[in-house]
Every structure is written in C-alpha cells, then in structure tokens.
Design a protein around this ligand. Sequence first.
Ligand code: PLP
Length: 420
Amino acid sequence: MELSDFGKKFTERSGILELMDDLSQALQGSEKKYMLGGGNPAHIPEVEGVFRKRMEEILHTPGALEAMLGNYDSATANASFAEALASLLKDQFGWPIGPENIAVTNGSQTAFFLLFNIFGGRTGGKVRGKVRKIVFPLCPEYIGYADQGIDPDQFVCFPSRIEEVGNGLFKYRVDFSRLEIPDDAGALCVSRPTNPTGNVLTDGEVRELVRIASQRGIPLFLDNAYGLPFPRIIFEDVHPYWDENVVFSMSLSKLGLPSVRTGILIARKEIVRAVSAANAIANLANGGIGQILVTPLIRNGEILRISEEYIYPFYKRRSSQTIQWIHEAFPRHLEYRIHKSEGAIFLWIWFKNLRITTKELYEKLKQRHVIVVPGEYFFFGLQEPWEHRTQCIRLNYSGPVDDLKRGIEIIAEVAGAHTR
Ligand code: PLP
C-alpha cells in the first residue's frame, strides 16, 4: 500500500498509539492488574448520580431522546449549550464573551489537532516554505499532543526549570531565561493543570506567556481540561485567564464524561470560525449528547456545585492520601521526588538514582502486573538531550484505592531493586 506523507506519519507507530496498544495488551489475561496508567477519570457516585438523573429526565421528556439521537448537531456548537456556557463564564470570570466565542469539537484532543495544524505547519505566508512551529514552554507536556503535527519538526519544547520545594517535593517552572521563541512560531501551548505532572502555572507565568505571545502576534493555547470552573481538579488558588489572543480549552471528559467526546474552545470569533470550518470538513458535525446532557446543569449552576462539592474534594483528598502512601512505601535510598500536586489526576515521580530508564522500569513493573506510564513520552520536541527524560513516571491516582496502594508497594520494590 502506497501512502502519502500524511498517511505515513499518522499510521506509523506513534508514541501514543504504542502506549495505548501496550496498555490494552498489558490489561489482558486473567491475573489481577494494578492499573495506574491511562487517563481515565474517577467514577464518583454522587457525580454519576447527577448524570443518571439528567439522562432519566431526557428519557421521560417526550421527544427529547429522539432529538438528542436523531439530529445532526452543528460543527460549531449546539446553540443552547454555547449560550449557557458563555453566560456562565461571563458570570464567573467577567470575560467579555458570547456564544459566538465558543467552538465545540468531538473531544479536546480533536480541538488541539485542528489548532496545531491551523496555526502550525508548512506555510506560504510570512515564513514562506517554512514549517511554522507550535512552542511548548514547559516540558514535560501532555503526550497526546506529541504526534499531532502533520509536518515533521512542527513542535518545539523547552525544558522547564526544576525547583526543589521541600518535603520530598519539586515543581517545574517555565525557564523564561531560556525561552527563545523562534521567528517561525505559530502559537504557544501549555496545559494548566499539566498532564502529566500536576503542575499549575502561576498567574504570573501565564501573564508572562500572554505578553510574549501578544508581542509576537501569535495565540496562546491554554489547555484547561482539568481546571476551572469545571471539573475544578485544581488545588492552587489561581485564576483562569482569557483575552482575544488566548484560546482557552475545556472538556467534559474529566467531569466523568470521557465517552461523550465533548471538547470546548473559547476563542475570538475568527478562530472559532476557522476551527469550526476545519471541524466540518473532518467531522461533519459534533456529537450532541454531551452538550445536551449538561446544558441544564450549566444553566442552573449544578455543574459548578458537583465540581466544588464532589470532584474537587475527591481528587484533593486522594492526591494527599496517595502521596502519603508513597512516602510510607518508598525506601529512602530511592532518592525520589514527587512533583507538587497542584491539580489534574496524576502524580509524577522523579527517581534520581535509578540504574535503568523509566521505559525499562515500566517493562519490569508490567511483569509484576503494575501499569504506569513511563515519562519518556512526555518529553517530545526537545532540541537537546536531557537526562531527566528517563527518570520519571506518571501515576493516575483516581482508580480503586486497594489497587493504588498495592501498586505503590510493588513500585517501591521494583524501583528499589534497580536503584544505585
Ligand atoms: N488535554 C489534556 C491536558 C488531557 O490530559 C487530555 C486527556 O487526557 C486531553 C486534552 C484530551 O481530552 P478529551 O479529548 O477527552 O477532551
């Protein structure tokens, strides 16, 4: 089969595909598995109860189910959903937006694919014949971005500065002293809270990135899949930011609805139109189920209540508990540090003295039926080698507690046996 460059790039073994295949294979077989990999959010009964009730309401309202399932929705956004969300964001944050500033896609993963290739890639404009770059100022960054550029070398990532903050914790900071935005940059992009590390950029860091992007006349993509106002898996007292130069992304996934595939962009009208046009070509229309399910919950503020009363406390408590289990289980000679848990559903552990790479550690853990994600995947687009790349793993802490606790004990044993 003869493939185009696009065909080759998107069918060869990408990091994310390799990882997804490996994770699903690792989960096969009858032995008990300890699943600390993947990005599934927790099943929180109180939250699931709200979605169940809402679904029952749809089922019992004449014509509602039929309208939800039987009509193509728009490629931009469901009108009632966009109206309700714009009004909620205006009330919450005072942002000067209306429904025309909202673009929905089938998951925020799709939104980023469109954005990266609208603003990055081969161009005939000002930087004729060049590949416009998407710049990630805080590496490590979300693995799901890594292979999304259609052109090769479309992504440039800058290593973050590591700051030890005491109590066995560290924090990544944007290293502004080394952040040199190339002339051919098309956009900046950060996830806040960050997958995989649980880092939350400070308001000051965001302001500085906004300044840099505006000065260059390029947008800043702020990926808020875990942030405010929902699902509110953010433990720091920081403020969301939007202006016309920012593309602010949200998702229904981490609320507990990954399967409805609903991603949301808040952007200036011109960008909304561009994303929706590309979305219509690639997807025809958006799935309407997620938007229809949550619209009344946005209107009556229930989405904020479940985020505040159930989702935030669940993850906050679980994160502290997991850190405590790690400190109890891990031997001192491991010389490990945990990234300060400021949000998202992951803990990021740095093993300073490991004798093997974290990909090798991942293989050894797999043999003991513990699944984690090796850190190497999150260091894409680096211009120079960085030893730190092979020293970190990501744990998802939202699964069943007994599995989490036992998984941590096994990691302690296996990593302990391969430490200098
Ligand atoms: N952005 C970040 C930072 C994520 O962690 C994820 C999923 O884990 C996504 C985007 C994609 O989410 P979805 O496509 O489910 O909205």
